[in-house]
Write a protein that binds this ligand. Structure first.
Ligand code: PNW
Length: 463
């Protein structure tokens, strides 16, 4: 670790959001209904029955929000495009008024000196595709996604150079189509669910995963075909990271093997163009239906490897028996952040990019999300003292800087999130922003962590 704790020159310091979580204006200017509208409008699904109908009203306040990001010193902004704004029916005739919102946003960002990074799918699937085809249960959705992605790259291509196809396969597929258990320590797990809130069999889940990665690959090809030369494309996957207990070659090898195998349905097939033997043998050996051509599409070459990193997936140690590694349980007293699933371990932000380079030879890595929820309150003096988020940032970014100082090619970091927003099933209560949002008045107030972020950008270093 270098004494000045600096990041490489040209490092992108960004902030991230997603459409459903901040835009509001859920049925304005011709937007179609998404599966998240349907889900959040069904009582009992989201805490306090919060919805994204208004959310941060970013759709109308985007200029103020861009100015706030500029004040943070951010030089990159990762936002998502709402598919149902562009194709209200999922496919067919595009909706120009929806496209115009993103034209205005992109122009505002560029005028502020902030590079736009657009995510094409952050979970707000057009409801029509769910109704007609069962969403990602059908290959039709993968094809429709590519058509939409290519159209957007053509429309924004003169100004947007960086695209992420799909956000967090490992979240929306698992949570949406079956529900997923994550370990939180002491042998306990918590169950996460999400829209469209269906429960398919293990065998069918493999097929859903296949359609999601196929949609990604088809979209990569469509973006390259319809965007201008030099357009850069990747995904934004919450790689589930195995953390070695000891930093020894044996432990690190065990953690790499576990990371590769346990991400076989998403990351590994996108990087390698094949399903591992153990993956094909899982779920009673039920194999998804696929062709060699599809595998090649899924593994279309990417310009960068982009990962969302919050928590360790597992602690791993080597073992003599197959497969050569085993889980070490997470202790009951292990420290956590506010979100029920958020096991705290800064070193995961070292091991995640480390594994991307060592397993798959990644040559350009972006951290597309990292951050934490905190119990933030606006105090009488008008400030928000999120001391735990400052601790989190310093600790996690110290580990990211350790990675870059070892030559691991991390080229940017996007903090989740620019501002507090609708935290999916947790509603507005779990605040992830550098900027506090009063959800009654919609007034924005930068937090203590915003000062930390601004200073880190100014010095291009951990502060
Ligand atoms: C991500 N986990 O979700 C999403 O991309 C964001 O939309 C979301 O607001 C943010 O992270 C914070 O939750 C995650 O269990 C959900 O480890 C669950 C986990 C990680 C990320």
């Amino acid at each position: 670790m270098s004494a000045d704790r600096k990041f490489p020159d040209g490092f992108t310091w960004g902030v991230a959001t997603s459409a459903y979580q901040i835009e509001g204006a859920w049925n304005e200017d011709g937007e179609g209904v998404s599966i998240w509208d349907t889900f959040s409008h069904t009582p009992g699904n989201v805490k306090n029955d919060d919805t994204g109908d208004v959310a941060n009203d970013h759709y109308h306040r985007y200029a103020e929000d861009v100015a706030l990001m500029k004040d943070l010193g951010a030089n990159g902004y990762r936002f998502s495009i709402a598919w149902p704004r562009i194709f209200p029916e999922g496919t067919g005739t595009p909706n120009q008024r929806g496209m115009d919102f993103y034209n205005r946003l992109v122009d505002e960002l560029l005028a502020a000196g902030i590079e736009p990074f657009a995510t094409l799918y952050h979970w707000d699937l057009p409801q029509t595709l769910e109704d007609a085809h069962g969403g990602w249960r059908s290959k039709e959705t993968a094809k429709a996604f590519a058509d939409y992605a290519g159209f957007v790259a053509e429309q924004l291509g003169d100004r947007v150079r960086h695209y992420f196809t799909i956000n967090e396969f490992a979240s929306f597929v698992e949570a949406g189509y079956q529900g997923v258990d994550v370990q939180v320590g002491g042998g306990k797990t918590i169950h996460l669910g999400a829209a469209p809130a269906v429960s398919v069999s293990d065998a069918e889940l493999k097929q859903v995963r296949h359609h999601a990665v196929l949609g990604h690959g088809l979209a990569v090809q469509a973006i390259r075909a319809q965007g201008p030369e030099g357009t850069k494309v990747g995904f934004a996957e919450n790689i589930r990271v195995a953390v070695p207990v000891l930093d020894t070659p044996e432990h690190v090898r065990a953690a790499e093997a576990a990371t590769r195998e346990r991400n076989a349905g998403f990351m590994t097939v996108m990087m390698e163009g094949r399903y591992t033997d153990d993956y094909l043998a899982s779920a009673g050996g039920t194999t998804p239906t696929f062709t060699d051509d599809e595998l090649a599409i899924i593994a279309s070459p990417l310009d960068f490897v982009d990962i969302n990193v919050y928590r360790p997936g597992w602690y791993i140690e080597p073992a003599d028996e197959a497969p050569g590694y085993r889980d070490v349980p997470i202790n009951a007293s292990h420290p956590k952040m506010l979100s029920s699933w958020h096991v705290f371990d800064p070193e995961v932000l070292y091991w995640a990019p480390h594994h991307m380079q060592s397993i798959w030879g990644a040559q350009s890595i972006y951290i597309t999300e990292n951050g934490c929820a905190a119990s933030d309150v606006l105090t009488a003096d008008g400030r928000v003292y999120d001391s735990d988020r400052v601790m989190f940032l310093r600790a996690y970014l110290t580990q990211l800087q350790r990675a870059t100082s070892e030559g691991i090619p991390v080229h940017g970091y996007f903090h989740w999130s620019a501002q507090d927003n609708l935290e999916w099933m947790d509603g507005f209560g779990n605040r992830f922003g550098l900027i506090y949002v009063d959800f009654e008045t919609l007034e924005r107030t930068p937090k203590l962590s915003a000062d930390w972020f601004r200073e880190a950008v100014r010095r291009n270093a951990v502060v």
